[in-house]
Ligand binder design. Structure first.
Ligand code: ATP
Length: 247
């Protein structure tokens, strides 16, 4: 398959067309890009993975629909691969900020409609957004924040639903919203949700409940919170932490 791509690229560079309509393009097959590309494949999408490093391209051969080796800061190379015909392109170059920004700028010039770009710092993200990326993600920063909430031992899961104010200046600190999972705080063990008054006291909402070894069910007013049950709680991150710490 990769040979076919390389063959096609060579043909393209000689002036022939190579179509990738409907395919999702992942640029940069490092740890993040390859995980993203493989998950997209698992979800049933067709994926073209591109990397400047022939070793990375070789490793992904046979795993993705198509792979190609190219320096994506070269507009001609991107066009040769038909990247301008794709609806969705994810730029997963992190530490090479110049290559990440330049690649994104070329994709904007090529009028790709749905550009996702990975940023490793807030400044990097701001530049990507200014250049015209439609979505900027911060996998390292988000994972760091998530793990910080988990290592304290109170939360079992922490998922932010909007960017943090450090990543996106348009987000007010009060507008932050997360979904978390934790064991029922001791103070609320054996009470019903209706009687516990959790939303009034902590401004968080218990969304679902799962007994140890059991299944998730939606939380209702008459749901009894078992001391070892796991609950899914939504709200502001500070309120969620305050609730999780209620002994
Ligand atoms: P990881 O996802 O592994 O954490 P990272 O954030 O450290 O990656 P880089 O190592 O800078 O990011 O880039 C990820 C991948 O992108 C690498 O495999 C690298 O070869 C590829 N890459 C970097 N620059 C270019 C470029 N100009 N054209 C194509 N691919 C590139």
């Amino acid at each position: 398959m990769a040979e076919r791509i390389i063959h096609n690229v060579q043909n393209m560079l000689r002036g022939e067309r190579f179509e990738h309509r409907g395919e999702i393009v992942v640029i940069g097959l490092g740890r993040f890009g390859s995980a993203l590309a493989l998950e997209l494949m698992r979800l049933g999408h067709s994926v073209l993975g591109i990397d400047a490093n022939p070793g990375r391209v070789d490793e992904m051969k046979g795993e993705l629909t198509h792979v190609a080796q190219a320096n994506t800061t070269n507009e001609r190379a991107l066009k040769a691969l038909g990247v301008h015909e794709a609806l969705t392109v994810a730029v997963c170059i992190g530490s090479g900020i110049e290559a990440s920004v330049l690649t994104t700028a070329i994709l904007v010039d090529l009028e790709v409609q749905n550009i996702w770009a990975k940023a490793i710092t807030a400044d990097h993200g701001r530049i990507l957004a200014k250049v015209g990326a439609h979505h900027v993600v911060y996998p390292e920063a988000e994972m760091g924040e998530r793990v910080a909430h988990l290592v304290t031992g109170r939360l079992e899961e922490f998922v932010r639903l909007n960017p943090s104010p450090t990543e996106d200046e348009s987000i007010e600190p009060g507008d932050e919203f997360v979904i978390s999972q934790m064991v029922v705080p001791p103070r609320f063990a054996e009470s019903t949700l209706g009687a516990a008054g959790i939303r009034a006291q902590f401004r968080v909402t218990v969304v679902a409940i799962r007994p140890e070894g059991g299944r998730y069910t939606y939380a209702e007013a008459d749901t009894v919170l078992g001391g070892a049950d796991h609950i899914v709680v939504a709200g502001h991150p500070d309120d969620v932490e305050r609730f999780a710490s209620a002994d």
